[in-house]
Design a binder for this molecule. Structure first.
Ligand code: F6P
Length: 320
């Protein structure tokens, strides 16, 4: 039986566990021998690789994180470590790989493919939703729902006081999480790297709105803007509202995968296995224009993700 292995790499995201479940079950259905690689690329180097059983796939669908753990590996940059990784796979008859991770992980496996010829399929998985070629990355819906719940909670206290609340979201250099959260939570301000903001215009707007009865402000700031503490101070000093800052941090990476992420995990992984079996040696499964498909690793690795013009247009009213 031909061996196929799965690993999760880089920042974990909700949906990885449902993806692992689907991988084990669908591999058996396709007559493949599934393996799991623990600790991402680190486990590939250290031979932390086990045959997958139905037991591994049981009782994990509702869990956040990844039961096979993840890592950000520096050692994999070393050709000698990649050689070790290859020997580990060869000894077990593992001929194909699936990686749930971000573009950094895909690039690493692309180098590995060129050196050792091990075909792989990438499944875009990151709460940042910043991977070129796909409109959706696994885990984003769960992260958005975690953020929504936090903002709803903060709004409860904000509306009970005359206060401004600044909430910093993750997303690295991408403003997707912040923008979608701001729009769907009815925030008054949203600062993201993709949109220029105008503090003078915001001040004018709030002075007018406060005169008309506005009693609180919710501002969402993407971490990539690096301006959350400054905005909190600005709201206090320039707008004259007592202000508080909440940095949501790693809670955004946790939580039970939403129904949408469970379903997307199933579809992504099914496409990954089907693609490998059809002879696609180095592709990334993408969800584009409401359809699953494949994108070349070169395009994914070299392209730059951009938020849809429609979302950016709607975000314009939150930056000025
Ligand atoms: O890429 C996912 C992410 O959660 C980013 O949003 C964030 O900037 C980063 O990872 C945090 O990394 P770490 O978990 O290593 O602190």
């Amino acid at each position: 039986m031909s061996g196929i292995a799965i690993m999760t790499s880089g920042g974990d995201s909700a949906g990885m566990n449902p993806g692992i479940k689907r991988f084990v079950e669908y591999s058996f259905e396709c007559g493949l021998k599934p393996w799991v690689i623990y600790d991402g690329l680190e486990g590939l180097i250290d031979d932390n690789i086990q045959p997958a059983t139905h037991a591994i796939a049981g009782g994990i669908i509702y869990k956040g994180g990844t039961v096979i753990r993840s890592a950000r590996s520096k050692r994999f940059f070393d050709p000698a470590m990649r050689q070790r990784a290859f020997e580990n796979l060869k000894a077990k008859g593992i001929e194909r790989l699936i990686v749930l991770g971000g573009d950094g992980s895909f690039r690493a496996l692309d180098v590995f493919y060129r050196e050792h010829g091990v075909p792989f399929a990438g499944v875009p998985s990151t709460i940042d939703n910043d991977i070129y070629g796909t409109d959706y990355c696994l885990g984003v819906d769960t992260a958005l729902n975690v953020i929504r719940e936090a903002i709803d909670g903060i709004r409860d206290t904000a509306s009970s006081f005359n206060r401004a609340f600044v909430i910093e979201t993750m997303g690295r250099d991408c403003g997707y999480l912040a923008l979608v959260s701001a729009l769907t939570s009815g925030a008054e301000i949203c600062l993201i790297p993709e949109l220029a903001y105008d503090l003078e215009a915001l001040k004018k707007r709030f002075v007018e709105e406060i005169a008309q009865g506005r009693s609180y402000i919710i501002a969402i700031v993407a971490e990539g803007v690096k301006f959350a503490p400054q905005l909190t101070e600005w709201l206090e000093e320039e707008i004259g509202m007592e202000s508080r800052l909440t940095t949501l941090g790693h809670i955004q990476r946790g939580g039970s995968p939403t129904v949408y992420d469970r379903r997307m995990a199933f579809e992504f992984v099914t496409y990954a296995i089907d693609g490998l079996l059809a002879g696609r040696d180095e592709s990334v499964v993408v969800y584009k224009d409401a359809r699953m498909g494949y994108e070349s690793i070169d395009r994914v690795a070299n392209g730059t993700y951009s938020i849809s013009p429609m979302l950016l247009k709607m975000g314009q009213k939150l930056v000025r």
